[in-house]
Ligand binder design. Sequence first.
Ligand code: AHR
Length: 506
Amino acid sequence: MTLTARAVVDLDVAGDTISPHLYGHFAEHLGRCIYGGFWVGEDSDIPNTAGIRQDVVDALKALNIPNLRWPGGCFADEYHWRDGIGPVQERPTMVNSHWGDVVEDNSFGTHEFMLLCEMLGAAPYVNGNVGSGTVQEMSEWVEYLTRADDSPMARLRRANGRDEPWRVPFWGIGNEAWGCGGNMRPEAYADEARRYSTFLRNHGDNTLYRIAAGAPDDDLSWTRALMQAVSCVDCQIKPESPIFQGVSFHYYTHAGAGINTESATEFTQEQFYGTLANAHDIERIISLHEAVMDSYDPERRVGLVCDEWGTWWNVEPGTNPGFLFQQNTVRDALVAGIHFDAFHRHAGRLTMANIAQTVNVLQAMILTDDEGGLILTPTYHVFEMNKNHQGATHVPAMVLDGPTVDVGDKKVPLVSMSASTSGGTALLSLTNGSIEDDLDLRIDLRGVSASVQRARVLSGQSPAAHNSSANPSAVAPVALAVGLVDGVLAVRLPAHAFATIELELG
Ligand code: AHR
């Protein structure tokens, strides 16, 4: 069967700017993300630059990664940054109790992370330790990284071989304070976020965007407590300059049974549609947090940050359950496409989003092995195909009379779409979420005349199709034929597919 739908895109109705940081990334000391993924060490046979795996960096550069969050996640709240500086052989070890209970040798620390960011061209997003750290420790980390003069921490940095301070624009104040970050209650953490923010200084011209750790999913008690705490008329914190600039939340997608319980590659039709339903739910969750923030901060001075999102399946059979290594299929690509459409629509409040995680963990871009093999996942291709939305202007794109599927009592849209314009070009992103039906889509391009520059589609033989060392390009973008007559685009998408159409305007 072939489904049909109509859509309109108002190319001349400028909405919010899509922050490039909605395409942010996350690399935790978890399983083989840092060790074996980004970091192989200088003595490895795998080509590397000062220990950082070169093929991983080269592949990621094609995504224009805007920022990279590190060192956690849950690991952030047991990480002590001084353990990861100075001569490698003198660095103390520690136990990574959250992730596999393995011994961490601290060979990848602050300097290595900053080099990785430089190689990627990504802005560092450092996540500090509230759960088991101190205000002084976090304050001194900022000083170590960003201060130029002869201060104690700047001197220590120089002794470790780095003269100039780095720029660190983003700073996380702990992680998941409701759970692994200290099992705190919202009001107690909100006070901690104020206290820590007070001592997270802007040194020289480095201005921090401080991000308070917020809600799981749609738990609005966290957003409410943080918005009550971010400014106060009776104290020295003025509403026009909030003490922290961002409030985060985390949202993971699964098929219906909960995270960490379902296979990445073997799923039923019901689980496929359950996954899409949960992916679409991100929009409801963003809207709820937004509504709370709007009631405290109508000027949108504080940003909403979704600094962990993505699918969370069972680990691949035979791998360490604490390493969260999962395959990545066409289904994951559709989850990414649906998330980005929602992110674009909420770009007025949502300032950053970080997929969990970049390499070898959860919904990764890249899967590596220890022999030097590297696979680009379907999700990688969505990030690449969508990259020109970064910094572009969101324009309204509406699907009219689109088909839906029933999931429980929900009607889940099978077609998802968003669009942006930038410097005389436009980018349209489309998802056909039908498991088995092609989609004939007519898109009315309004406001500006356009011509098609390039159209690509990403799909596979089945929604569970994925890339492997035996078949690394089973799921990769190919050219898509589209017609454009009198401002109406005619597109036929295969079943379970993500597509982008690049237009030249005027
Ligand atoms: O991304 C994996 C883990 O998920 C992170 O460490 C934690 O913040 C979240 O629960």
